[in-house]
Write a protein that binds this ligand. Structure first.
Ligand code: ARG
Length: 281
């Protein structure tokens, strides 16, 4: 068992313009308190740094209230940034801002073809040698084919069949080289079986546990930063030697997002970039 090869460096985008003004997933609703949101976001950034991780900040833009959810911005593979393409027009303009940012910080930008919908790492989760990617809610199969073409990665497609679990990062959180939290009931049967086959020791969440957004967590070395930690999950994580840090991101859950959604890992390598990385190591 070894730690994840990624999860030490993240992009985040401050919630200066965050709000819930439209509804594109069943969790969206309620009134956001902007001061509370800002404090929660700052607490999350501080928790990542405390755990030994780095945070790069992306400039927020007015009129893009979901831009805080940087997990959907794209997928990083080694030196490349593959910009996402959003399903809903409300979020589509975010992409141009992220492309500009990625170029400015030194990534090479590799574009998806016309027609591909890919909601970033939020819907394309690296799991060992493969990437687990949702479809049927946001991301489409054309994006899976494009990801493979661009990076050579094996995509494990999972059909997301319940509108509550509209991104794969609400249902899957890799913990280390052997373990991951997973809520397979969100997937079609073939997808669930394929994902479970890629996890040596799965921590299978119940529906109630998944509904706390426990899987929407990030892992910085041996620290799991979670929006909520159901007691059974906490006991298992601690028995496996993880430190659990809970950061309340309740304001963001009013938009259907939590810890993972608020962060984009910048140190992921998939497909041929991962093979190259493993050869160097
Ligand atoms: N309101 C946003 C949306 O529906 C939330 C995105 C959450 N992001 C995530 N990676 N799950 O698109």
């Amino acid at each position: 068992m070894s730690d994840l090869t990624w999860g030490q460096r993240y992009a985040m985008c401050a919630p200066t313009f965050f709000d819930v003004v439209y509804s594109i997933n069943p969790w969206m609703g309620g009134t956001v308190d902007p001061d509370v949101a800002m404090t929660q976001w700052e607490t999350l950034a501080a928790a990542i740094r405390m755990a030994g991780g780095e945070v790069d900040v992306v400039q927020p833009m007015a009129d893009l209230p979901d831009m805080v959810f940087v997990a959907n911005a794209g997928v990083v593979s080694g030196p490349a940034f593959i910009p996402g393409a959003m399903r809903y027009p409300e979020r589509a303009p975010e992409t141009a801002a992220f492309v500009q940012w990625a170029g400015a910080v030194g990534f090479t930008v590799e574009r998806l073809p016309e027609g591909a919908v890919l909601e970033g790492t939020g819907d394309a989760m690296p799991l060992g040698d493969v990437v687990v990617s949702g479809y049927g809610a946001r991301t489409n199969r054309a994006a899976h084919a494009a990801l493979t073409r661009l990076t050579d990665v094996e995509v494990v497609p999972v059909r997301l069949q319940d509108p509550r679990w509209y991104h794969v990062d609400l249902t899957l959180c890799p913990l280390d080289s052997r373990r991951a939290m997973v809520y397979p009931e969100a997937y079609d049967r073939a997808g669930a079986a394929a994902v479970i086959a890629h996890i040596a020791e799965p921590l299978v969440l119940t529906e109630a546990e998944a509904a706390t957004f426990a899987a929407n967590s990030i892992v910085v070395g041996r620290t799991v930063i979670m929006p909520a930690c159901p007691p059974r999950v906490g006991r298992l994580l601690e028995a496996w030697g993880f430190d659990v840090v809970v950061v309340d991101v309740g304001e963001f859950q009013k938009a259907g997002g939590a810890v993972r959604c608020l962060t984009l890992p910048l140190d992921t390598s998939i497909g041929r970039d991962r093979v190259a990385q493993m050869e160097v190591a």
